[in-house]
Ligand binder design. Sequence first.
Ligand SMILES: NC(=O)c1ccc[n+]([C@@H]2O[C@H](COP(=O)([O-])OP(=O)(O)OC[C@H]3O[C@@H](n4cnc5c(N)ncnc54)[C@H](OP(=O)(O)O)[C@@H]3O)[C@@H](O)[C@H]2O)c1
Length: 506
Amino acid sequence: MNGQTRCDPCVILVFGATGDLARRKIFPALHALQRKGFLHAATPIVGVTRQAMSRQSFIDSLELELKLDAGAGGAQDAQPVEGASAGADAFPDLVHCVDFDYTQATLPAFVEFVDRISAQTNAGGNRAVYFALPADVFEKTATLLVQGRLFKDGAWRRIAFEKPFGQDLASAEDLNTKITCHFDEHEIYRIDHYLGKELVRNIMVLRFANPLFSQMWNAEFVDHVQITIAETLGVENRAGYYEQAGAVRDMLQNHLMQVLALTAMETPASLDADDVRDAMVRVIESLRPPTRDDFVLGQFGEGESDGRPVPGYRQEKGVDPQSATDTFVALRACVDSPRWSGVPFFLRTGKRMARKVAEANVVLRDQPCGLFNGESSVQGVPGPNLVSIRIQPNEGISVEFNVKVPGDGMRLETVAMEHCHHCVYGINTPEAYEILLQEFLRGDPTLFTRWDFVRASWLHIDRLMQLRANEPVSFPNYAAGTSGPPEAEALLGGGRRWLVSRDILY
Ligand SMILES: NC(=O)c1ccc[n+]([C@@H]2O[C@H](COP(=O)([O-])OP(=O)(O)OC[C@H]3O[C@@H](n4cnc5c(N)ncnc54)[C@H](OP(=O)(O)O)[C@@H]3O)[C@@H](O)[C@H]2O)c1
């Protein structure tokens, strides 16, 4: 493994252990880390449930989804390190479960259980707490844990909060104020799983380890930048949450803002967590306040997905038939800095779109000399040079440029050079949550969202939402299975169009 070979002994507590996220992502990621030898043998993992379950039935329920034989997150090739908890069968030995009803009455028994497990396993006083819980119980639960003396003097304590961190600036500030009564910023790990994605982490390397790219990453060479996170799914079983959130709060406020920050940031002073996060925050703080012309909202109506007819958003289970919730947003963002003077960043996300894709496309300006433009002897217009960072699927980086087609005359064609990340390193390897949990257990906050970033991005989102607050809604305005409302195309202006990097098949 890179860096530190093993985490410190500690008790890991996963709250919301019966939930979708815990079962699908958190436990498989911990399992992968255990198989890689990162988890210390004295690292009990306690799943916290609301209903009482026997330890064995809890472990059994996890095994169903852990795919033990296949190995989670590409861990099958990993060589365990000395003294670590390793081996395919060792993971269940680390797993415990305890029920807790989140009241003062049962708090002492709950903490006593954790202390007992800690003593039995020699885990010591360190506590790593992961809240895979609904956001409205974050603060109450954190307060209870402090009151119940879960955390020990002289030991470290870390607490991870899933997104969303607030519904708007006021609620995020309120939550943060209450949490920071009990925890210092360096103990708080706000999760945005996009920061754990390999191709998102590659953005800094692409920009700052390669003069080829760093020299052109500015207004002199870049015409505009597009960042797209498109989903083909509808709201599935999350209508209760999504009706309150919508695409702006669910995706724009966090994932798209993080990718924007990494794409637009100045060179950090160092790779230290605070230097990197300082540079990221500055981008969001320097966003020009949006006007109503800077964004387009949408909601999908009925249409087709994967060749099947699908209902509109308002017909999905649990959704208000008159819902005004946005399932699509496209935003023109302007980063007020000399580097990006006059360069728009276009951010877009939506549900039930034509393709599932997440990527950042950096589109370069036309060649100033224009030698190949307008010459009658030249066939084909040179396309713009394009740098595409494909976050998912088909993870990779490609560069599009123009070549001459063989044969007589001067015929131009746009081709691509390709780094196929998943061909070299495997698909989604390691999984984002594995990276995040590893860094969380290591105590490195670089890949977690600092409070000032949350505040700056909510401020921008609040401004945007206020601009549309009282306007009449004419949803649905795009059909499922398409690229969103036509107005999103017009937002680009200047003859630009939304791009999806070409897929190169190996
Ligand atoms: N699922 C994802 O892919 C995903 C992605 C990004 C972020 N998140 C965030 O992760 C968190 C968990 O999401 P999820 O999808 O796992 O939700 P979920 O499937 O609804 O599970 C929530 C968990 O929290 C427990 N819980 C529910 N209400 C509670 C309450 N009032 N007090 C204490 N515990 C309560 C549930 O226990 P019971 O089983 O007893 O009901 C369950 O274990 C949420 O904040 C969500 O926004 C999830």
